[in-house]
Structures are given as structure tokens and as C-alpha cells.
Design a protein around this ligand. Structure first.
Ligand code: PLP
Length: 218
């Protein structure tokens, strides 16, 4: 199957309220261009340097999403152009994003990453840390970032019940912060990848991050 037909099949299966991020990490620009020619404009990358090289080379109407873990010292390289940063998991990182956004005279949209999996290796905040962050004075001072929602990754397992439990947990945290904090524009729940996006959508996802089902294995 070609990249364009994979993309079209997936797009046709998504409800209208769900946004597709085409995860293109490790793939060459020629592959991304096939998706671009097929109409895709949102791409997700997990390394800032690789994303920046692709941004420089590719058409400027592409929206670049950073979906990987972000090191503070590299924020400056994507601050001029990044559309959405999914994996924000500390106040310190938010402060650096705010600082670099200010330098570029823009507001950078972010998602806060929530730890929902049962694996040690996954990054993210738990519910208490999230609430602490959102109520802190330091957070309220940040004028050049905007929190649009939450992101999470389920445990890497075949167990559908486990994955469903984790996605449902993220959705319930989203609903509760939407109620208890005054954050405008809270609309995005970024959850679901190639193996679990249908389940994620059933559980309330509004943004899926799909790589291998579009571009093939890595
Ligand atoms: C790689 C990656 C994806 C896409 O994974 P696939 O299984 O290839 O669809 C989604 N989200 C994050 C954070 C990733 O790193």
C-alpha cells in the first residue's frame, strides 16, 4: 500500500472531531512529501533537530507538532515555528517555552503530558502534580504559552481492557480540570497511536498520533 492510500483510509475512518497527526519521525522528506501531496498538513516528530531540518526543507503551510520528550535547552530551536508541543511535563519546561515564545513574539500552544501507563519509562505528570502546576502562581504568570489540552500514552500491551482503563483515566482527568480550573481553550485530548487509536477515540480522544500505519514500520 502507498503512503497516500494508507493516509486516505485512516482519514476516512476518523470522526470529524478527531485531528490526525501524521507521525513522520525517522522517515525521509520524500515520504513526508507523499503525505503532503495527499493533503496532510499536520506532522508529528519526536526529535527537535530532525523536525527543524524537515521544517527548513518542506512547504511552509505545514503544522509541526513536537510529540517527544522535550529537553529545555533545545526549545529555542523550534520556538520560531512549532505549532503544538504535546509532551510538556514540568513547570520548568513551560517556563522555558514561555521565555522562547516571548523572544519570538508569539504564543506557543502546549499539551500537558499525563502519566497514565503502568510502565516506568513513560514521562508525564500525575493528577496531583497537574493540579499543583495549574494552580501555581508561577504558571499564571506565563503569558506566552497556551494550554490546549492533555496528552497521554497507554501501556504497550495487547490487553485492551488495560489500555481502555488508561485512556478513560486520561479523559476523566481532562473533564475534571476543565471543570475546576479556569483555562480557556481546553479542547484537545491527544491519545491513540497506530495500534490503539480506535479505542482511544471511543474513550474520548480528539487527536490521534499515527505513524507506522501511514508510513510503514520504523
Ligand atoms: C512514535 C510515536 C507515535 C506513533 O506511533 P505508531 O505506533 O507508529 O503509530 C505516537 N506518539 C508518540 C509520542 C510517538 O513517539
Amino acid at each position: 500500500m502507498s503512503i497516500a492510500s494508507n493516509l486516505n483510509t485512516i482519514k476516512a475512518s476518523l470522526p470529524e472531531h478527531v485531528t490526525l497527526v501524521a507521525v513522520s519521525k525517522t522517515k525521509p522528506v520524500s515520504d513526508l512529501m507523499q503525505a503532503y501531496e495527499a493533503g496532510q498538513r499536520i506532522f508529528g516528530e519526536n526529535k527537535i533537530q530532525e523536525m527543524t531540518e524537515k521544517w527548513e526543507e518542506m512547504p511552509k503551510d505545514i503544522q509541526w507538532h513536537m510529540i517527544g520528550h522535550v529537553q529545555s535547552n533545545k526549545v529555542k530551536f523550534m520556538a520560531p515555528y512549532v505549532t503544538l508541543i504535546h509532551g510538556v511535563d514540568s513547570l520548568k519546561l513551560l517556563q522555558e517555552i514561555n521565555k522562547q515564545a516571548l523572544k519570538n513574539n508569539r504564543i506557543i500552544d502546549c499539551l500537558l503530558q499525563i502519566y497514565i501507563a503502568e510502565e516506568e519509562s513513560k514521562f508525564g505528570l500525575d493528577e496531583n502534580e497537574l493540579n499543583k502546576l495549574l494552580t501555581s502562581v508561577e504558571f499564571k504568570e506565563l503569558k506566552n504559552i497556551r494550554i490546549l489540552g492533555l496528552m497521554g500514552m497507554a501501556t504497550f500491551t495487547e490487553n485492551q481492557n488495560q489500555i481502555k482503563k488508561e485512556f478513560t483515566h486520561l479523559k476523566s482527568i481532562f473533564d475534571s480540570i476543565k471543570k475546576s480550573h479556569e483555562i480557556n481553550d481546553l479542547t484537545i485530548i491527544s491519545m491513540g497511536m497506530s495500534g490503539d487509536y480506535q479505542l482511544a477515540i471511543e474513550c474520548g480522544s480528539t487527536m490521534v498520533r499515527i505513524g507506522s500505519s501511514i508510513f510503514g514500520g520504523r
